[in-house]
Ligand binder design. Structure first.
Ligand code: ABC
Ligand code: CA
Length: 492
């Protein structure tokens, strides 16, 4: 009894700080929708407010707008939202404004363009009321300054208000890791003064800050910007101090470079799979071979491949539709993104087939789509997310089961993960009918399986063999027909 009472007291005292902290394990089954806060939804609802991406200025999106469009996000099956960095930025905009949030000047104040403390708390509350998680982007590598390196007045920054806290300016040599960590990402027009994160004082300030921030706004997870530009021990202690799942932005396509970061941070964005994924699917002349190769390397090299973030677009890289308008190819790439191992991340606008290429044109305002829930990719994403969460609720082991590549050729890839068999093709929408045989799917001989994208059913034959017809370049996602009840997919 005494110990129970003590436990309850301790739990009550600790609840304010730790109750909502979400662990890596709690994130495994999640599916993330990434928004640039400024570009997703406006609180005043003005549906026609223009947003000129080329101008690189604020367009008026904010937390209140985001709250008002959570049905749209949830309707696609997402249960987590990654928002832009929340901290105060400089206000000058002669060379582009910090509408993206990566040019902070003050760790302890909010960027008021996005809303007040109450608005941000209201966003966290509304997400939690829906069973959703809040992921916040954070920057510990640098601050932002509206001028070049020589013009910086360090006293303007809070708390790192002297040049002593920063590395001296230098251009990064990407072949030298010390330079990657200690030189500046940009020294020109909008310089990014690079913090001495290896200094124990700087690191301690960051760690105290993040522990408080996570608690103050009930944050469930972090995306750590510029992870490869920060020394690894500082990343490790920062993730520990945060006490929630963090995914690091290690912007590098080589698994041998990217995977070792998992010794220091819970997860990393899966750049090694991103590059060959796009190459495989952006046109019918792509092939699957480097994708298969990098999947195998990631499985061999990363400590926990199921904690990586899988993505096919973000705000730094060309949108998929900038390569091709082919809807069948877009559906294949999204099916992979959501049904491959790891935590899927879809960047707002992908569901509306936005086609901006590089920064800043890939940052289109979502409200200009009218939040169209009839868009074909909106419905496609919803089906993929739905079968994934159904597979999770049917089988505890699904999420930690590695994907098995059961078949691949130049144009086709068949993935088996638990009860889900995903068959992908880069043949494109103009392709005719072909048949591919996938062996050893794990289905029983004679078992009926349904493609949840078309609702067509077929039976597995001996040894779980599936004879899969592909037509018009569309992906197929099979699940045992008898086990579909409750999924909301193909149930009648
Ligand atoms: C602005 C303009 C740009 C202009 C630039 C000078 O200023 O919009 O048009 O070119 C923020 C803003 C940006 C802004 C920058 C700089 O700040 O969002 O709009 O650009 O002021 C993160 C964020 C990103 C953010 C920052 C800065 C960092 O996601 O949105 O940018 O806080 C590097 C960093 C990476 C960073 C990215 C933008 O730059 O590592 O953290 N992203 C190579 C390098 C990478 C490099 C990448 C792109 O190029 O290795 O380190 O990323 O420059 C593969 C290789 C990769 C290789 C790629 C290209 O090819 O394996 O290693 O990446 O095969
Ligand atoms: Ca650095």
């Amino acid at each position: 009894m005494v110990s129970t009472a003590l436990f309850l007291l301790a739990a009550a005292a600790g609840s304010a700080r730790f109750a909502k902290a979400a662990t890596p394990d709690e994130w495994r089954s999640r599916s993330i929708y990434q928004v640039l806060t400024d570009r997703f939804a406006r609180g005043d609802g003005s549906p026609d407010a223009p947003c000129d991406t080329g101008a690189r200025k604020y367009c008026g999106g904010n937390y209140r707008g985001l709250i008002s469009q959570l049905d749209y996000i949830q309707g696609m099956g997402f249960d987590s939202v990654w928002i832009s960095p929340i901290t105060k930025q400089f206000e000058d905009d002669w060379n582009g404004a910090p509408y993206h949030g990566y040019w902070q000047t003050d760790l302890y104040a909010l960027n008021e363009h996005f809303g007040t403390e109450e608005d941000l708390r209201a966003l966290a509350d509304e997400l939690h009321a829906r069973g959703m998680f809040l992921m916040v982007d954070v920057v510990i590598n640098h601050n932002g300054w509206p001028g070049d390196a020589a013009s910086i007045d360090y006293s303007q920054f809070n708390p790192f208000n002297s040049s002593d806290y920063y590395h001296p300016p230098c251009e990064i040599n990407y072949d030298d890791q010390t330079s990657v960590e200690q030189c500046w990402l940009y020294t020109g027009a909008n310089a990014l003064p690079d913090l001495k994160t290896e200094d124990p004082h700087v690191s301690q300030v960051h760690n105290d800050w993040i522990a408080d921030l996570v608690s103050k706004y009930s944050i469930d997870g972090l995306r750590i910007d510029t992870t490869k530009h920060v020394d690894k021990p500082a990343i490790g202690s920062f993730n520990d101090a945060a006490g929630v799942y963090a995914v690091g932005e290690v912007y590098h396509g080589d698994p041998a470079y990217t995977c070792p970061y998992q010794d220091w941070v819970d997860g990393v964005l899966n750049f090694p799979v991103y590059y060959p994924l796009i190459d495989a699917f952006k046109s019918p002349s792509g092939t699957m071979w480097s994708l298969v190769d990098n999947i195998n390397k990631v499985f061999q090299t990363c400590n926990d491949p199921r904690l990586l973030g899988t993505f096919s677009e973000n705000h730094d890289i060309p949108r998929f539709a900038s390569y091709t308008q082919d809807l069948a190819l877009a559906k294949n790439v999204l099916a992979f993104t959501i049904l491959f191992d790891g935590i899927p991340i879809v960047y707002a606008g992908q569901e509306q087939q936005y086609s901006g290429d590089s920064d800043p044109y890939n940052r289109e305002a979502l409200w200009l789509s009218g939040f169209n829930t009839d868009a074909p990719l909106y419905k496609h994403i919803a089906a993929c997310n739905r079968i994934r969460s159904h597979a999770v609720s049917n089988d505890d082991a699904y999420i930690t089961t590695p994907t098995d590549i059961k078949y691949s050729d130049d144009h086709t890839l068949a993935l088996v993960k638990g009860a889900v068999t995903t068959v992908l093709t880069n043949a494109g929408a103009n392709a005719g009918e072909t048949t591919v045989t996938v062996e050893a799917t794990g289905y029983a001989s004679g078992e009926q399986v349904t493609d949840v994208l078309s609702c067509e059913s077929i039976a597995a034959s001996d040894g779980g063999r599936l004879s899969v017809t592909l037509n018009q370049g569309l992906p197929r996602v099979f699940f045992p027909t008898d086990a579909l009840a409750g999924s909301g997919l193909c149930e009648n």
